[in-house]
Design a protein around this ligand. Structure first.
Ligand code: HEC
Ligand code: HEC
Ligand code: HEC
Ligand code: HEC
Ligand code: HEC
Ligand code: HEC
Ligand code: HEC
Ligand code: HEC
Ligand code: HEC
Length: 458
C-alpha cells in the first residue's frame, strides 16, 4: 500500500516536473525565437535589446537608492552580445521592464545588495536545478544567517556576461578567488594549480572539482573532499599500501594535505564523536553549548587539560548512554590555506618519525571540535598533555599514534621494529597486532586503576 502510494506520487511528481520542463523550454524557445528573428545572425543584438542598450550602454547611467548607495545602470553591450543569454534577450530576465512606462525603474530595493538579492531570484525560473543545489550549500546557509558577503548566483556569474564554460577558462578567472583570496594563492602554487594553468589542461582540479560549485559544503565535514581526491587518484590506496602500513587507517586518521603539503604546520584535532550514531557530534540547532561548556571546563583559560577534557565529555554524556560521546583524533594541517599547498609526490612526507617519535611536532598542538550549525567545525584549544594522559586514554582510545601519544612502550616496540627492519607488510601485521594487544591491556589497566580510585599514572 505504502509502495503504491509513493509510486503514484512519484509519477505525479515526475509528470509535474515534465510539465514544468516543457513550459520552461517553451519559454526559452519563444524568447529565443523572438529575439533571433529580430536580429541578424551570430552575436548580434535583437532590436529590442538594442533599444535597451541605447540608454544602458552609457557608462555614467546610475541611480541613487534609498540608503544613498549608487546603482550603476551600465550594461556592457559587447559582452552581453557574446554571452549565452543573448538568445533570451534582456526580456528573459527583466520581463517587468516595458518601454512604454520605462524609465523610471520600479525597484524598491533599499541598497545595492538588496537589489542583487531580489534580482537573482530570476535565475530560478530557468535554472531551478542549480538553485536547488545551491540552497543546500553552506553559502546559502550563511546567507540565511545574514552574512553580507555570502555569494548568490550573480556573485559567481556576472549576469550580463555569462559565457559558455566561462568559469573554466583560466584559473585566474575562477569566481571563488574574489572571496577566498589566500586559498586561491595557495592553490595557484600547488601541483594542481600549476598543472591547471597550462593551456588546455582541464584534468587537474580547480576549486569546484574538490568542493563542487553549487552544493558547496563545509570542507572538514564528512569525507566528500577526500572522496573527490580518491575519485581521480583511484590507485592511491594501493600505491600507499606498498610502503605505508595500514594505509587505509592512515587515510582516516591523517588528512591527505597533512602529508602532501610538506611546508604546512600540522596539528591534532580531537573530534567529539557519537559512538552510537557513529558520526561526529553536531551542535543542536539553536542551542549553542560547546563553547560555553568548554569554557567552563577550562576555568584557567589555558586550554583544556586532561581533567577539563574529561569533564567536558561528562557534560556531553550526562543524560545519555554512558561513554556515548568519545573522541576521534585526526592529524591535519593547521590552516585552510595550507590545505591547498599540495606539492609533487616526491616532496610528500614519508619519514615515519615525523609523526612516530616522542615529542613529534604534529602532536604539540591540539584542538577539540564539534560540528557547528552550518557544518563548519567549532574548535577549542587543548593542552598537548591530553594525548599522553591516562585520564583521557578511554576517550582518545581510537587514536594510537605512536610517539605522539602516551604509550611509551609502544614507541619502543615501534622503534625496535623499524631498526630491526621488519619488512612491510609482514612488519605491519606484527606491529598492529602488538599495538592492539598492548593498547587493550593499557585500557583494562586504566579501567582497573580508575575503579580503585587511585591517581592515574602518567
Ligand atoms: C540572465 C538574466 C539577465 C539578462 C538576460 C539581463 N539581465 Fe540585467 N540584471 C540581471 C540581474 C540578476 C541583475 C542584478 C545584478 C546584480 O547582481 O547587481 C541585473 C541588473 C540590471 C541592471 C541594473 C544595474 C546592474 O547592472 O546591476 C540593468 C540596468 C540591467 N540589468 C539591464 C539589462 C539589459 C539592458 C539587458 C539586456 C541587454 C539585461 N539587463 C539582461 C539579470 C539579467
Ligand atoms: C530611454 C532610456 C532607457 C531605455 C530605452 C531603457 N532604460 Fe532602463 N533605465 C533607464 C533609466 C534612466 C533608469 C533609472 C531609472 C530611475 O532612476 O528610476 C533605468 C533603470 C533600469 C533598471 C534598474 C531597475 C530599476 O527598477 O530601477 C533596469 C533593470 C532597466 N532599466 C532595464 C531596462 C531594460 C531591460 C530595457 C529595455 C527593455 C531598458 N531598461 C530600457 C533608462 C532607459
Ligand atoms: C529565461 C531563461 C533563463 C534565465 C532567466 C536565466 N538563464 Fe542562464 N541560461 C539560459 C539558457 C537558455 C542557457 C544556455 C543553455 C545551454 O547552453 O545549456 C543558459 C546558460 C547559463 C549558464 C551556463 C553557461 C555555460 O557554462 O554553458 C550559466 C552559468 C547561467 N545560464 C547562469 C544564469 C544566471 C546566474 C541567471 C540569473 C541571473 C540565469 N542564468 C538566468 C536561460 C536562462
Ligand atoms: C560560489 C560560486 C557559485 C555560485 C553561488 C553559483 N554558481 Fe553556478 N557555477 C559556478 C562554477 C564555478 C561553475 C562551473 C562549474 C563547472 O564547470 O563544473 C558554475 C556553473 C553553472 C552553470 C553551468 C553548469 C552546467 O553544468 O551546465 C549554470 C547553469 C549555473 N552555474 C547556474 C547558477 C545559478 C542559477 C546559481 C544560483 C542559484 C549559481 N549558478 C550559483 C559557481 C557558482
Ligand atoms: C585538490 C582538491 C582541492 C582543490 C582544488 C581546492 N580545495 Fe579547498 N580544500 C581542500 C581540502 C582537502 C581542504 C581541507 C579539508 C579538511 O579540513 O579536511 C579544503 C578546505 C577549503 C576551505 C575551508 C578552509 C578552512 O578555513 O577550513 C575553503 C574555504 C576552500 N577549501 C576553498 C577553496 C577554493 C576557493 C579553491 C579554489 C581556489 C579550493 N578550495 C580548491 C581541497 C581542495
Ligand atoms: C562572494 C563571496 C564568496 C564567493 C564568490 C565564494 N565564497 Fe565560499 N564562502 C564565502 C564565505 C563568506 C564563507 C564563510 C567562511 C569563510 O569566511 O571562509 C564561505 C565558505 C566556503 C566554504 C566552507 C569553508 C569551511 O570552513 O569549511 C567553502 C568550501 C567554500 N566557501 C568554497 C567556495 C568555492 C568552491 C567557491 C567558488 C565556486 C566559493 N566558495 C566562492 C564567500 C564566498
Ligand atoms: C602518511 C603520509 C601520507 C598520507 C596520509 C597520504 N599520502 Fe599520498 N603520498 C605520500 C608519499 C610519501 C608519496 C610518495 C610515495 C612515493 O614516492 O613512492 C605519496 C604519493 C601520492 C600520490 C602519487 C602517487 C600515486 O599514488 O599516484 C598521490 C596521487 C597521492 N599520494 C595522493 C594521496 C591522497 C589522495 C591521500 C589522502 C586520501 C594521500 N595521498 C595521503 C604520503 C602520504
Ligand atoms: C579532478 C581530478 C583530481 C582531483 C579531484 C584531485 N586530483 Fe590530484 N592530481 C590530478 C592530476 C591530473 C594530477 C597531475 C598534475 C600534473 O599534470 O602534474 C594530480 C596530481 C596530484 C599529486 C602529485 C602527484 C605526483 O605524481 O607528483 C598529488 C600529491 C595529488 N594530486 C593529490 C591530491 C589530493 C590530496 C587531492 C584531494 C585533496 C587531489 N589530488 C584531488 C587530478 C586530481
Ligand atoms: C603524517 C604523520 C604520519 C606519518 C608520516 C606516518 N604515520 Fe603512522 N600513523 C599516524 C597516525 C596519526 C596514526 C594513528 C592511527 C590510529 O588512530 O589508529 C598512525 C598509525 C600507525 C600504525 C598503527 C596502524 C593500525 O593498524 O592501527 C602503524 C603501524 C604506523 N602508523 C606505521 C607507520 C609507518 C611505518 C610509517 C612510515 C612508513 C608511518 N606510520 C608514517 C601518523 C603518521
Amino acid at each position: 500500500m505504502a509502495i503504491c502510494r509513493s509510486k503514484a506520487s512519484m509519477i505525479g511528481t515526475k509528470f509535474h516536473a515534465d510539465l514544468v520542463m516543457a513550459a520552461k523550454l517553451a519559454l526559452v524557445v519563444l524568447l529565443a525565437v523572438t529575439n533571433l528573428t529580430a536580429r541578424a545572425a551570430g552575436n548580434a543584438l535583437s532590436e529590442l535589446d538594442k533599444q535597451c542598450l541605447s540608454c544602458h550602454s552609457a557608462k555614467e547611467l546610475a541611480k541613487k537608492l534609498a540608503n544613498g548607495e549608487t546603482l550603476t545602470l551600465h550594461v556592457p553591450a559587447q559582452e552581453f552580445a557574446q554571452s549565452v543569454h543573448n538568445m533570451i534577450g534582456c526580456a528573459g530576465c527583466h520581463a517587468d521592464v516595458t518601454l512604454n512606462d520605462h524609465p523610471p525603474g520600479k525597484t524598491k530595493a533599499a541598497g545595492t545588495r538588496e537589489y542583487t538579492l531580489a534580482l537573482t531570484e530570476v535565475c530560478r525560473s530557468c535554472h531551478a536545478d542549480k538553485f536547488k543545489l545551491y540552497e543546500g550549500s553552506i553559502h546559502a546557509a550563511l546567507l540565511r544567517d545574514g552574512n553580507p558577503i555570502a555569494p548568490v548566483c550573480t556573485d559567481c556569474h556576472r549576469p550580463h556576461a555569462v559565457r559558455a564554460k566561462a568559469a573554466r577558462e583560466s584559473i585566474a578567472d575562477v569566481p571563488c578567488r574574489n572571496c577566498h583570496g589566500s586559498i586561491y594563492d595557495a592553490y595557484a602554487e600547488s601541483v594542481h594549480g600549476k598543472a591547471r594553468s597550462k593551456p588546455g589542461n582541464t584534468s587537474a582540479p580547480i576549486c569546484a572539482d574538490c568542493h563542487r560549485a553549487h552544493d558547496v559544503s563545509a570542507a572538514a565535514a564528512g569525507d566528500h573532499v577526500k572522496d573527490a581526491c580518491l575519485a581521480c587518484h583511484q590507485g592511491a590506496l594501493a600505491s600507499h599500501q606498498t610502503w605505508l602500513p595500514n594505509a587505509a587507517r592512515h587515510f582516516e586518521a591523517v588528512s591527505c594535505p597533512a602529508c602532501h603539503a610538506p611546508a604546512a604546520k600540522r596539528k591534532v584535532d580531537l573530534r567529539l564523536y557519537d559512538s552510537v550514531a557513529q558520526q561526529r557530534v553536531a551542535e543542536k540547532a539553536g542551542v549553542p553549548q560547546f563553547e560555553s561548556r568548554a569554557r567552563s571546563a577550562d576555568a584557567k583559560g589555558a586550554g583544556l587539560d586532561a581533567m577539563a577534557l574529561q569533564s567536558l565529555l561528562r557534560e556531553f554524556n550526562r543524560d545519555g548512554i554512558d561513554n556515548r560521546t568519545t573522541l576521534r583524533g585526526r592529524l591535519e594541517v593547521s590552516t585552510g590555506a595550507e590545505a591547498h599547498q599540495l606539492a609533487a609526490a616526491p616532496q610528500a612526507i614519508q619519514d615515519c618519525t615525523k609523526c612516530h617519535r616522542q615529542g613529534a611536532d604534529p602532536f604539540q598542538s591540539v584542538t577539540v571540535s564539534i560540528v557547528g550549525p552550518d557544518g563548519r567545525p567549532l574548535r577549542y584549544g587543548a593542552q598537548q598533555e591530553v594525548l599522553n594522559s591516562m585520564i583521557s586514554v578511554d576517550s582518545v582510545g581510537g587514536f594510537y599514534a605512536i610517539g605522539g601519544t602516551r604509550i611509551k612502550l609502544l614507541d619502543m616496540l615501534f622503534a625496535l621494529a623499524l631498526l630491526s627492519g621488519i619488512a612491510v607488510p609482514a612488519g605491519h601485521l606484527t606491529l598492529s597486532w602488538l599495538f592492539r594487544r598492548y593498547a587493550k591491556k593499557i585500557h583494562e589497566q586504566d579501567a582497573a586503576t580508575r575503579s580503585t580510585g587511585a591517581e592515574a599514572p602518567k
